[in-house]
Design a protein around this ligand. Structure first.
Ligand code: SAH
Ligand code: MG
Length: 199
């Protein structure tokens, strides 16, 4: 087994070559620190891609268990391969399915849910998966700036990009107005939100 660091570098190279949108370094460093400081042990990730963020989250502490969901077959296979290479099969459970169709057992509860899948569906992911949080748990969401377009949708021409950006703007409003959760927004990487369940 190679060192974790080597595997991570190889994943970064693969992502760059194959246009896989893995999380920015600064953002994952923030999340790893959060995991340690808040003694997070159970994590659910929506959107594994090739396992980059799942592996780094799991590496934060030996106590961490991650379940991660991916609907794209090629990425799912690549993710499995990377989890094996890092010797993390026992700590990372990769699920090959569309997260909006998956029925997780209702008894499963997580300290942290990381939403990082289709950006236009964020409200749906949030509404579905908030039911799987432990009391006091958090939902962290990535890409809330979407390369700086969020907040600037009125300047974009009609099209897919504009409608996607409008959806992320809608998600930001949804979080701000959500009374069950306290959300803070972090201007780190491509923008993160940390929504703590007030229960
Ligand atoms: N979290 C990863 C990056 C994820 S990229 C990292 O930072 O390393 C987003 C991924 O979400 C893509 O691979 C895409 O296939 C997947 N995805 C998008 N919508 C999904 C859905 N509804 N269910 C499961 N996976 C989804
Ligand atoms: Mg992301």
């Amino acid at each position: 087994m190679k060192e974790l660091k080597e595997n991570i570098l190889a994943m970064e190279a693969y992502a760059a070559e194959n246009n896989v949108p893995i999380i920015e370094k600064k953002s994952i460093v923030f999340i790893m620190k959060y995991i340690k400081e808040h003694n997070v042990e159970s994590i659910l990730e929506i959107g594994s891609a090739i396992g980059y963020s799942a592996i780094l989250m799991a590496s934060s502490s030996v106590k961490v268990q991650v379940t991660t969901i991916e609907r794209d077959e090629t990425r799912y296979m690549e993710c499995l391969k990377n989890v094996k290479k890092c010797g993390m099969e026992k700590r990372i459970n990769v699920v090959y399915q569309d997260a909006l169709e998956l029925n997780l057992s209702e008894e499963l509860k997580y300290d942290l849910i990381f939403i990082d899948a289709a950006k236009g569906q964020y409200i749906k992911f949030f509404e579905k998966y908030k039911n799987f949080l432990k009391p006091g748990g958090v939902i962290i969401t990535d890409n809330l700036k979407f390369h700086g377009y969020v907040g600037e949708s009125s300047k974009l021409d009609k099209g897919n990009l504009k409608s996607l950006v409008e959806k992320i703007e809608g998600y930001v409003e949804f979080l701000k107005n959500n009374k069950e959760f306290d959300t803070t927004f972090k201007d780190i990487g491509d923008g993160l939100s940390i929504s703590r369940w007030k229960e």
